[in-house]
Design a protein around this ligand. Sequence first.
Ligand SMILES: C[S@@+](CC[C@H](N)C(=O)[O-])C[C@H]1O[C@@H](n2cnc3c(N)ncnc32)[C@H](O)[C@@H]1O
Length: 368
Amino acid sequence: MSAKSESLQNITMSGGGVYSLATRGAEDVINKAAPLVIDALNSMSIPEDQSDFTFADMGTADGGTSLKLVENFINSLRKKSPQLDINIVYVDQPKNDFNSLVQTVLGLGHFPSYLETAENVYPFFSANSFYKQILPDNSLDFGFSATAMHWLSQKPCDLSQHVHMVGAEGEEYLQFAEQGKKDWETILLHRARELKSGGQLVFLNFCRDQNGKYLGNTTGVNMFNNFAQIWSDFLEKGRINQQEFRRMTLPQYYNTVEEFSAPLQNPSNPVYQAGLRLKQIETHVTPCPFAESFKDHQDSKRFAGEYIPTIRSWNESIFFGALDSERPLEERKQIISDYYQTYQHQVQESPEEHRMDYVHAFTVIERI
Ligand SMILES: C[S@@+](CC[C@H](N)C(=O)[O-])C[C@H]1O[C@@H](n2cnc3c(N)ncnc32)[C@H](O)[C@@H]1O
């Protein structure tokens, strides 16, 4: 895959620190996984003469959602091996808002940062892709990633009837499955080169779980079907054209537990041969924080007003990018604004039906 094909993807999260303010659920997922991360750390044997330790957070966005986890990690590592200098490498694709990331990590943004008090901790910022090698061979001790690796390196095709692979069928579905398999193996092969022997990876990835559940499809309205339905209504009303409908195809793939596990368990797979082994994989549903707090406050306007920004924070750039660039900018902005307004109205009308529960596979991998 060329650098160019990847950089063409418009998968930026909201900037200015808005991502982690709007995406409380993603932080809940990370905090829920903290015991798993610390267990993986504690399973490592770190030589007494090792002088530094490198942790990487890949697909970090503005860094806000992992601040507490990283602090927790540093404290646990300090207890285990007090002599270490600690490098924390924040990685995201080049179009990410790196100014916000730097501000957040340095404690100059919306939240306090561990860096204000931690000693001998060195932050690094890498504008790179997890579809490439990010660190030198055998230099990474611990790799972490949350809610990022469902973004494919490229869109294998436009979907004719839907906006996401969870609603794809036939040949279109197969093309997404093939891309998902190739991309997961590429991610792992690069990590296998970077990781030291005994190094650990903890990845929290969106998945389709054993009960067929996935993000926004646990109970009530299926969020992705709803995205597709409103986009299709816009097509019928002439607000968008056929090409724009098709172009709005999210370049994402949600692996199943079997798909995540396969390259790590099959001795003939290059990933297995490169030394990566599956230690643990489990699925988790993390409740939508906005739907949960609605149960207490019962204010449907407030719920809709909180719920839509969390969705917008991760998919607005894709909807916007699907519109013809010949359309005047103001017209494009209006279509997108009306699109989310329609969704917001639906949520306000039937709040009990809407929730974006997160469905993840928590995967722990070791390099032998
Ligand atoms: C939903 S955010 C998750 C942010 C954070 N890890 C969390 O859990 O809240 C996904 C992030 O993955 C990044 N991303 C997508 N594709 C990437 C790639 N190929 N390499 C590095 N980062 C990528 C996006 O830019 C975005 O910041």
